[in-house]
Design a protein around this ligand. Sequence first.
Ligand code: FAD
Length: 116
Amino acid sequence: ELPEDCPPDSEQLGKATWTFLHTMAAYYPEVPSYEQQRNMRKFLDTFSQFYPCWYCAEHLRDEMIKKPPKVESKMSLGKWLCDMHNIINERLGKPIFDCNKIDERWKDGPKDGRCD
Ligand code: FAD
């Protein structure tokens, strides 16, 4: 691993970015207004143009054409993002994540309270 004060490599950037994206989805409104839905769609479109790992961004844009973002609710956005991340996990040979566990992982923490 690189020292803390080095610029991030694509792995560190990826991990930090997934933390941000999944956390954002976990706090997206259950019932977003049309304006919030429009803005989330715009945000994801802009994000996919400027994500600073160019081959990652290109893959993401390809996948987003096949499977456009689902911004109708917190549930649909969380599931869509989880599916996107799993597509990338599969390509990289990483374990597939159980999308029923996104709130536990990114919002509420495990039931045993070890993260409280
Ligand atoms: P990460 O994949 O970063 O995951 C972090 C944590 O998220 C995991 O520990 C787990 O607890 C949780 N998690 C895992 N899967 C899910 C899921 N499906 N839903 C919710 N939570 C989950 N790397 C490449 O080499 N090639 C690429 O094309 C590429 N594209 C990327 C595109 C995007 C948009 C992003 C954000 C990253 C991309 N990356 C790519 C980086 C890659 O996805 C990983 O972030 C990086 O390899 C570090 O992996 P990691 O093992 O630390 O865990």
